[in-house]
Structure formats: C-alpha cells, structure tokens
Design a binder for this molecule. Structure first.
Ligand SMILES: Nc1ncnc2c1ncn2[C@@H]1O[C@H](COP(=O)(O)OP(=O)(O)OP(=O)(O)O)[C@@H](O)[C@H]1O
Ligand SMILES: [Mg+2]
Length: 325
C-alpha cells in the first residue's frame, strides 16, 4: 500500500510517502520564524504552511520515483493541534483526494506519535502502554491492540515539553527549550537543586508540571548566579523522574509487553536512558520521528483497515481526543 501523508498540526510542514518497502519524507521547519517571537503565533504558522505545502507534496512524489496514480491513500493530521495550522493540511489533503480520486483518511496526531514506533518495527507485542510526551500533551495510554487506545492519565496543566520550553525561556535559553536545557544539563549536576516532583506520589496516572516551572522561576529570581548547567540538569532530572516513575507503574499494572514512547520530549536522552530499565520491550522512535513528522501519520493510517466512510467530508478538529474505537 502506498500512502501519501501530510502533517501540519503545529509548526512543521511535513509530507511523506510510505510504501511497503520505502519511505520518502521531507519536513520544512518554521523554528527560525517562531524563535523571533519566542513561541508560535498561529496565523504566522498557517501562512508559513501555505507557502511550502504544495512544493513539498510535489518534491516528495518526485523523490519517491512514483506518480500520483500509484498512491492508494492520503492520510492527514486533522487534530489535535492549532486550528489555523491543521486547516492548511486538511484542505490540501481533501483537495488532492478529490481531484485525484483517492480516499483521504483523517488521522489523530497523538495516534501518529505512537505509530511512529511502527516505522521501524513490525513485531511489537501487545498489550502495550504508550507514553506521549510532546509540546502540547503528556499522556499515558493503554493499548490492548494496534489502533485501540484507552487514556489512563494526562497532565492537568502544562505538558512536559511546555515545561521544558517555559523553563528555558525563564533561564534565557532559545525556543524550543527541550534540546537547549538538555544540552546545558549534560555538563551539570542533577542533584544540585531539589526541584519538586509534582504528583509523583498520587495514586492515579495524571501529571502536573506548572508547579515545577514556577519553582524554577522563583529559584532563578532568587539565585540568578546559580550555574546554568546545574539548574538545567536539576530541572531535567525532575521532569524525567516523574515521567519514568508513573510510566513504569503503568507498565506493571497493565502487564504491558511493550512500552511505546512518542512525542518531541522522547528525544530527551536522560528520559530514554531511564526508561530503558524496564520489564517490557521499550520502543522509542529515532529523534527525527519523535518530533512532528508526516511519516508517523502514514504509519497510523495503516491501523485503519476499512475505507473511511467520511472520505472527503471531514474537518480539522483542534480538540480531537484519542478515544477507544
Ligand atoms: N531533547 C529534548 N529534550 C526535551 N524536550 C525536547 C527535546 N527535543 C524536543 N523537545 C520538546 O518537544 C516539544 C516538541 O515536540 P512535538 O513536536 O511532538 O510537540 P508539538 O507537536 O508541539 O505538540 P503536540 O504533539 O502535543 O501537538 C517541545 O516542547 C520541545 O522542547
Ligand atoms: Mg506533536
């Protein structure tokens, strides 16, 4: 099956063509534009998507060596995400599907982050637990079989990636903050400062990161000369410890054979190392497929066997929750 996929939920314009034997994948990042404002302005993001989406589709098809006639399905992220950004991808996909007479599949972005693990693995055992840690989401899901999800925990305020980004901003580091904090942390002492581990002792699988961000804010205000590397290492350790503790408990309680990690924060080296000490098979995509990419949307499309009844008649849904089906 040959799947053309489009991902524009946030600030990356990404297009992929996944066949049974090859993947062609191109992503245009807007990071340099959003660095100027220290975060994403939705209208600016949409305008950037509009400028590059059609050339990217053409370039991916050319590089794949296929033609439009070889494409069996079009898959597009239709939520959750920024409505202005999502609409560009959804309308492009629907237009292409309509004019080329190819079915279009609306794909959930969170399902995509989980499905990224299937790009390089075809022997994943179930049941599984999934940890999605990104700029907008921190979720633990029970996955009894491919394509079926039960949300068992989520953040009550900031997502883990958002916490990295906000801490970085407080500390005068660039956007996106996760990679910056992580780079500084390599030279620091993670035990230097005892930042809170919010909700680590709660019986549920929920998370909360806004208090940790506030603790970093007050610490930095009161100790402006504390070594940056130590502050970064201590903050990174606090975020990673909560994520790892709750995830390991979920893997145990749900008797999961596999842990599927996804989302931009999954690129974090400390998190990857700490999660490795586990009684289940650990799957984390290569960093390129942790952050937003269209390849993962094509991989998720494979879970949907039935032709989609909606065909072209669906809309971008910025709040689409991944629910059991
Ligand atoms: N090495 C890293 N360590 C920690 N965080 C990281 C690292 N690399 C990227 N991130 C974080 O990952 C986030 C981006 O991930 P991703 O692209 O999946 O999020 P998003 O698409 O903006 O949000 P969502 O998927 O929830 O819509 C940012 O918050 C960024 O700081
Ligand atoms: Mg994402």
């Amino acid at each position: 099956m040959n799947i053309l996929s489009i991902e524009t939920s946030c600030d990356e314009t990404s297009v992929a063509l996944l066949t049974d034997t090859a993947l062609t994948h191109l992503t245009a990042s807007q990071i340099d534009v959003h660095r100027i404002t220290g975060g994403i302005v939705p209208e600016v993001a949409a305008r950037e998507h509009v400028q590059v989406i059609t050339p990217l589709v053409e370039e991916v098809i050319t590089q794949s060596g296929l033609t439009q006639k070889d494409i069996d399905r079009i898959a597009v992220t239709s939520g959750p995400g920024l409505i202005t950004s999502l609409m560009v991808g959804v309308e492009t996909a629907r237009t292409l599907g309509f004019t080329w007479n190819i079915p279009v599949f609306p794909i959930n972005h969170i399902e995509g982050h989980i499905a990224a693990n299937f790009l390089e693995n075809d022997d994943i055992e179930f049941p599984a637990v999934a940890l999605v840690v990104s700029g907008g989401h921190t979720e633990l899901l029970y996955v009894p079989e491919p394509g079926t999800y039960e949300l068992i925990g989520a953040t009550r305020d900031d997502a883990a990636g958002e916490c990295f980004d906000k801490c970085a901003r407080i500390l005068g580091l660039q956007y996106p903050g996760g990679p910056e904090i992580s780079r500084e942390a390599k030279a620091g002492n993670a035990q230097a400062y005892d930042f809170p581990r919010p909700m680590i002792d709660s019986k549920n699988y929920d998370f909360s990161f806004s208090g940790l961000k506030t603790a970093v804010l007050y610490f930095h205000r009161d100790n402006p000369n504390a070594p940056l590397v130590d502050v970064c290492a201590s903050a990174e350790a606090a975020i990673a410890e909560v994520l790892v503790f709750k995830t390991k408990r979920a893997v145990k309680e749900y008797k999961a054979k596999s842990l599927l990690v996804g989302g931009g924060v999954a690129a974090n080296q400390l998190l990857r190392t700490k999660l490795a000490e586990l009684d289940a098979s650990l799957y984390i995509p290569e960093p390129e497929y942790c952050t937003d990419n269209a390849a993962m949307i094509a991989a998720a499309c494979k879970f949907h066997d039935e032709p989609n009844a909606e065909l072209f008649d669906f809309k971008a849904d910025p709040n689409w929750e991944l629910t059991p089906r």
